[in-house]
Ligand binder design. Structure first.
Ligand SMILES: Cc1cc2nc3c(=O)[nH]c(=O)nc-3n(C[C@H](O)[C@H](O)[C@H](O)COP(=O)(O)O)c2cc1C
Length: 200
């Protein structure tokens, strides 16, 4: 078995990592976004079908297209963030079964025959992959600010109407960059093990 990661790394990814609303004036290059994807893609998904699709908004013009869909309280922080990732999923994710799950590609039929199962699977695994994205960002030294306060239908109409993004459905947003630690409010507690878990 390999060694556990260091306490320092656990602090960086979990214990000391915060959700950020204020951003330092430090750009995030496309090379970093590529590295981010190259890490997050390895997180597990049902039958390896990897339904998440990520649209990285990293220009002022792209951010302005997002603005009308944002809840009031999310506008300023999103406009200020170097990058906003729209975490979406492809409702036709199972079309890739022969490539991504070659030892049993017929699994695609199960989803083709049950739109409800397909939708639940896309949402469940797309959400997981969004969480992998947050943890991957932290492991690369970035900060993240996830948000669900926005109008999904507006985002889908604005960003996912073209041929190469047809069928993508937005789930949540993640602002990415280097957060300003001076602007954080005190951290909320978490539930203790005894309250949030049961041992059987
Ligand atoms: C899926 C999700 C949606 C969230 N939506 C919003 C949002 O719309 N606006 C906002 O200001 N914060 C939002 N948050 C931020 C949470 O309030 C924050 O992550 C939580 O309080 C923990 O903060 P901490 O990481 O600093 O401890 C969201 C977080 C998650 C994971």
């Amino acid at each position: 078995m390999s060694d556990p990661v260091s306490d320092e790394a656990l602090d960086q990814i979990f214990r000391e990592a915060r959700t950020h609303d204020a951003w330092l004036d430090r750009p995030v290059g496309d090379d970093v976004l590529l590295r981010l994807y190259e890490l997050m893609k390895w997180g597990p998904t049902s039958a390896n079908l990897s339904p998440a699709r990520i649209l990285f908004l990293r220009t002022k013009e792209a951010k302005e297209r997002l603005r009308p869909a944002l809840m009031g309280g999310n506008v300023e922080k999103t406009m200020a963030a170097p990058v906003t990732a729209i975490v979406a999923h492809d409702e036709r994710f199972f079309a890739n079964a022969s490539r991504l799950f070659p030892h049993f590609p017929q699994i695609a039929d199960m989803f083709a025959n049950s739109p409800k199962m397909a939708e639940e699977t896309a949402f469940r695994n797309g959400t997981l992959q969004g969480a992998y994205l947050i943890l991957a960002a932290r492991s690369l030294g970035l900060d993240a600010g996830p948000m669900s306060g926005f109008d999904n239908a507006k985002v889908d109409a604005e960003f996912f109407a073209s041929d190469d993004t047809k069928g993508w459905r937005s789930n949540f947003l993640v602002n990415l960059g280097h957060g300003d630690p001076a602007k954080l409010f005190p951290r909320g507690p978490r539930l203790p093990f005894e309250e949030a878990s049961r041992l059987l």
